[in-house]
Ligand binder design. Structure first.
Ligand code: UD1
Length: 368
């Protein structure tokens, strides 16, 4: 079976890495990585291939940044050439970025089957570009690999056939557990390049990049007020996404000295910091899940989440974006820590289950 495995943006690389590695154990599968180039800076893309132990992509497209339409269109045009040349049996897409949407549309129109990993997640917020990407990708995919029960419920509600929906766990957790095991060998040297030492006293780890949070001056200022309050008595490590760096400057956002601004970090550097944080504050989708998997309290600076399991059984708290909400969210998340659990099947073996389904094993289709 000839499979094209698509990655485009930062959160995709950690998901395709374990899928690629597990494909090597399937004799019948030839899996080729396609990098669309949606993210292109060394620190947003390049570093990941080495540290995630995946080979350089067979196809590196150079689609780059742009408006949603321009970026999606550029990926579609370039990926169509790849599909016509390779004529794969299957295109495997992950997550919910513009590249996920673009490549699934192209594959289907070329008559190629599409498998969506992390299918069925819904925030029910169509103001989020990712929600549109998730819905359209799922509307045309042939195989659905879900990470949590809400994914199955949403897909069944949308009329997807139960035998095409597979609860396999989470490939991002496969990667996370693999990387945690690799860390101890390296951790002393990891942060040297940043002239940074991990603190013994409690600290927070922050990521922020959603357009709804950082493109709007009023919202960003409110979040900054909460951060400056929290930074009165602890350090906050903050790797700054390029979009955020730009809007911080444009909007004149000022953060306290104890908010330590860092460039975007590699996967292991970030993990090394957040795994021992008192709590993580984030508007990312993936970090809500990764913190749940390692039992680190998480405060989600958003009004909704497409990953409700992290709130139901983990210590993730949906705090909204107001300063009061964020401060209360941190208190609540710390209080929930002891009761938090890890979701079913988030055990490091999701990628193997995916190949078992795709490469002809019996699989575990959902019973309606
Ligand atoms: C994209 C995804 C989002 C994901 C995020 C992770 C979509 C719709 N959004 O958002 O779901 O959580 O990636 O990072 O696909 N830029 C650089 N260097 C790069 C890439 C981008 O400087 O290597 C800057 C450019 O100014 C660009 C901006 O970041 O215009 C935004 O990049 P883009 O890929 O459009 O969206 P993200 O905000 O990164």
């Amino acid at each position: 079976m000839n499979v094209l495995l698509v990655a485009g943006a930062r959160p995709n690389f950690m998901k395709i890495a374990p899928i690629y590695r597990a494909s090597l154990a399937c004799g019948s599968v030839r899996c080729s990585i396609v990098h669309t180039g949606q993210h292109y800076d060394q620190e947003m893309s390049g570093t990941f291939f080495e540290e995630l132990e995946i080979p350089q992509p067979r196809y590196s497209l150079t689609c780059g940044s742009g408006s949603h339409a321009a970026q999606t269109a550029a990926v579609m045009v370039a990926f169509e050439d790849v599909c016509l040349k390779e004529r794969p049996d299957l295109v495997l897409v992950v997550g919910d970025v513009n590249s996920t949407l673009a490549c699934s549309i192209v594959a289907k129109k070329c008559g190629i089957e599409v498998a969506h990993v992390e299918a069925g997640l819904r925030s029910f917020d169509l103001a989020m570009p990712e929600e549109i990407n998730r819905m359209v990708t799922d509307a045309i995919s042939d195989h659905f690999f879900v990470t949590e029960e809400s994914g199955t419920v949403n897909l069944l509600r949308e009329g997807k056939p139960a035998e095409r929906i597979h609860a396999v766990g989470h490939v991002m957790v496969d990667n996370l557990l693999h990387q945690v095991a690799c860390l101890s060998r390296q951790d002393q040297t990891l942060l040297k390049g940043f002239h940074l030492k991990k603190e013994a006293s409690p600290y927070l780890f922050l990521t922020l990049h959603r357009p709804s949070n950082v493109d709007c001056r009023e919202t960003f200022s409110g979040i900054a007020r909460a951060l400056n309050e929290l930074a009165r008595n602890r350090t906050i490590f903050f790797p700054v996404h390029p979009r955020t760096a730009k809007t911080m400057k444009e909007n004149g956002i000022r953060l306290a000295d104890k908010v330590v601004l860092l460039p975007p970090l590699g996967y292991r550097e970030a993990l090394f910091l957040w795994k021992d944080a008192e709590a993580v504050l984030t508007d990312s989708g993936g970090l809500q899940e990764e913190t749940t998997a390692l039992g680190v309290p998480c405060v989600t600076i958003r009004e909704n989440t497409e990953r409700p399991i992290t709130v139901e059984i983990g210590s993730n708290v949906l705090a909204g974006t107001s300063p009061e909400g964020i401060l209360a969210g941190l208190r609540e998340s710390l209080a929930k820590k002891e009761r938090a659990r890890v979701p079913e099947l988030w055990d490091g073996h999701a990628s193997e289950r995916i190949w078992k389904v795709l490469a002809g094993g019996e699989g575990d289709a959902i019973k309606p």
